[in-house]
Design a protein. Structure first.
Length: 173
């Protein structure tokens, strides 16, 4: 999947500001348990257990929690599982995995927030699209650029097995 990094201090500071100001948009694809048919914006509060490297999502703010915001768009379902496009609004560790699991829709193959799948080596979550805002200065060449990463073969194969491959190809934007 896609990862954003700065090659210089200026680049790193600019990228950090774009994330903080929420002008840089990151989208993920994931296959989740259950049927979702409506776009939804979800908000919660994340608490991290550093010892176990796991987070918990709460509906109400508590001490030592950070706000998290996620939006998802169902692309298709097979009556059992749903292919989602997820927009990461805030960017916290494990946010998408824990946030979707807290809604009762864990990511397929996620051993930490759902259940492992013997056919998969991890969860079906993929950073596939990044849209850059208007930028000035030495990073102006990134203004309005969109970067995409193709789905890994195991993800595509699973979509085919789940009869959701068409939903993926119809919704690449």
């Amino acid at each position: 999947g896609l990862i954003a990094a700065g090659k210089s201090i200026y680049g790193l500071q600019t990228m950090t500001a774009a994330f903080k100001e929420r002008t840089l948009h990151k989208y993920y694809l994931c296959l989740v348990e259950g049927v979702l048919e409506q776009e939804k914006y979800i908000k919660g509060y994340l608490s991290k257990d550093k010892k176990n490297n796991k987070v918990t999502i709460y509906k109400q703010e508590k001490e030592n929690t950070l706000p998290v915001e996620t939006r998802y768009f169902p692309l298709g379902n097979n009556g059992k599982r749903t292919l989602l496009k997820v927009e990461l609004i805030t960017g916290r560790a494990h946010q998408i995995r824990a946030h979707l699991a807290s809604e009762g829709h864990s990511i397929v193959g996620d051993p930490k927030y759902g259940k492992a799948d013997k056919k998969l080596k991890g969860q079906l979550l993929h950073s596939f699209r990044m849209e850059f805002p208007s930028m000035k200065g030495s990073l102006s060449y990134l203004s309005g650029k969109v970067f995409t990463a193709p789905l890994p073969e195991i993800f595509l194969r699973t979509l085919k097995e789940e009869k959701l491959e068409e939903s993926y190809y119809e919704n690449l934007e």
